[in-house]
Design a protein around this ligand. Structure first.
Ligand SMILES: NC(=O)c1ccc[n+]([C@@H]2O[C@H](COP(=O)([O-])OP(=O)(O)OC[C@H]3O[C@@H](n4cnc5c(N)ncnc54)[C@H](OP(=O)(O)O)[C@@H]3O)[C@@H](O)[C@H]2O)c1
Length: 493
């Protein structure tokens, strides 16, 4: 079993264990209220007489975010898990303070990320916290160590058990927020630019999603090398921040063709293109490379459109998937690389080396995660919405600190307002539909009126025609009478 499988398997193991150890007579004491926080469980246990005390393994509870099925934001639910996770040799138990949200978590929620086991499962690839227990054979970590953690999944909960090789000691000056924001974004940026890209002075790099977590990390990494020109695509409202952060040429990909913009400034093209978008953008990136240029493909963000899986966006991205003939690579003097941190989960030495360098850069003030916003575990849906609606500049993080009562009330009010707004919107829609219907009814009435008017006009015309015919007939009769009278007169004469 790889260490990365531990949380999911541990979850199943716990559930199994809970069922096995449940004794009917002891049940009421061992059970904690489903929604009670760990503290209240501890208080309950303390109040129980020593002889009847249930073992800590059973009274232990912790809150955990669980992806309950694929779909919208409401599919990730906050649950309370019971039972102390078992600790094996080489593992440590961490009391989690802060977790990082990644774009992959959005894809995973829609069933588009294959490194997350199927639901129900706890997502989360990175977090920070304090070591609470160490397993046998662990010599390089101790209880109380502040660590950042990188794992394939399972870290969005208050307590995690991971192999010690997946933890890294936090520098003294680093906050838990920064520590949770660092592993995925900075290892990805570092390995792409330096292991694959061999970034050197005076080179040029295109960074898409430049205002996002990886984008900002990559820009900071570029700044550690002299005279690197950074082209960064992002929504216009984010340009000021990314330019201050080191992007040389910010491009609003929403209103401009970024290929044209790059060519205007750098007609020969670029040395490195980092491509997190996939589909037709990979082709564009490849065509933007200079001789000896490198395209590093590392994502398919174009697949994500809307809260639920959008089959058209997925199909379009797959249809435009980039492929290249080795001959054109040779003739073009170009290189194409693929990077996926999720598939490097057993390469602990490689990751440890990268992390060591990154933490060194942090300590020398060369890199520093930019936190966009912090949400409580209870607000994970809002956190995901913020990223998906493209409203973040930097990293979105989740704190395990429980929401205060006032905040909960505020949150409930917000939810109520959201519900009211939904209801209002529905009412407005219904009203519009009714108005349309009424409008159509009125139109039909008017049409009928017009039709009747026309009919009457036609009838009148017909009547007039008949009248005229009659008049003519009468005239002719009169004429004939006159003629006869004339003839009689003539005959008498
Ligand atoms: N292969 C790997 O190992 C690896 C590791 C980490 C991340 N990644 C990839 O790197 C990319 C960035 O990840 P991240 O975690 O740092 O996220 P992020 O950049 O913070 O993602 C959110 C931002 O991306 C931009 N964006 C572009 N297309 C989008 C879309 N379809 N939906 C929503 N936002 C979109 C938006 O900024 P604008 O307003 O500026 O468009 C948005 O604010 C993702 O493609 C991710 O899958 C890959």
């Amino acid at each position: 079993m790889s260490g990365e499988d531990a949380p999911a398997q541990q979850q199943n193991a716990e559930e199994q264990k809970n069922q096995e150890t449940k004794k009917p007579a002891e049940e009421p004491k061992a059970e904690t209220k489903p929604d009670s926080p760990p503290d209240s469980a501890a208080t309950e246990a303390a109040a129980t007489p020593a002889a009847e005390k249930a073992p800590e393994e059973e009274t232990f509870t912790y809150r955990s975010l669980v992806l309950t099925g694929y779909g919208g934001y409401d599919k990730v639910k906050l649950q309370v898990k019971k039972g102390k996770p078992a600790l094996k040799a080489g593992e440590v138990m961490v009391r989690v303070k802060v977790c990082g949200l990644n774009f992959a978590d959005l894809l995973a929620r829609q069933g588009l990320y294959d490194r997350l086991p199927s639901p129900p499962v706890t997502p989360g690839m990175e977090c920070s916290g304090i070591i609470e227990a160490v397993g046998e054979e662990v010599t390089d970590r101790k209880v109380g160590d502040r660590v950042l953690v990188l794992n394939r999944c399972g870290l969005w909960q208050e307590v995690v058990v991971v192999p010690t090789t997946h933890t890294f000691i936090m520098p003294a000056a680093m906050s838990f927020e920064e520590a949770a924001a660092l592993p995925v974004n900075y290892i990805t940026a570092y390995m792409m630019l330096f292991d694959f890209g061999h970034l050197r002075p005076n080179q040029s790099v295109l960074i898409h999603m430049a205002a996002g977590g990886v984008g900002i990390a990559a820009t900071q990494m570029c700044r550690t090398v002299a005279d690197v020109t950074v082209f960064g695509t992002a929504s216009a409202s984010k340009h000021e921040v990314i330019t201050e952060g080191g992007v040389t040429h910010a491009i609003d990909y929403r209103t401009k063709d970024y290929v044209e913009e790059v060519r205007k400034i750098s007609p020969k093209g670029l040395d490195i293109v980092l491509d997190p978008l996939g589909g037709s953008d990979t082709h564009k990136g490849y065509n933007l490379l200079k001789p000896m240029g490198k395209l590093i493909s590392y994502g398919a963000a174009n697949m994500l459109s809307g809260q639920k899986k959008n089959l058209i966006a997925v199909a379009k991205t797959w249809y435009h998937q980039f492929s290249v003939h080795s001959l054109s690579l040779i003739q073009g003097n170009r290189s194409v690389c693929g990077f996926h941190l999720g598939y490097l989960d057993t390469e602990t030495e490689l990751i440890a080396q990268a992390m060591d360098t990154i933490l060194g850069l942090y300590c020398r003030g060369k890199v520093k995660p930019r936190i966009d916003s912090t949400f409580h575990l209870e607000q994970v849906g809002d956190a995901m919405r913020k990223m998906q609606e493209r409203n973040n500049i930097g990293k979105i993080i989740l704190t395990t600190e429980p929401m205060k009562e006032e905040e909960k009330k505020e949150e409930a009010k917000k939810e109520e307002k959201k519900d009211d707004k939904k209801k209002d919107d529905k009412k407005k829609d219904d009203k519009k539909k009714e108005e349309k219907k009424d409008g159509k009814k009125e139109e039909k009435k008017e049409e009928k009126k017009e039709e009747k008017k026309e009919e009457k006009k036609e009838e009148k015309k017909e009547e007039k025609k008949e009248e005229k015919k009659e008049e003519k007939k009468e005239e002719k009769k009169e004429e004939k009478k006159e003629e006869k009278k004339e003839e009689v007169k003539k005959a008498e004469n």
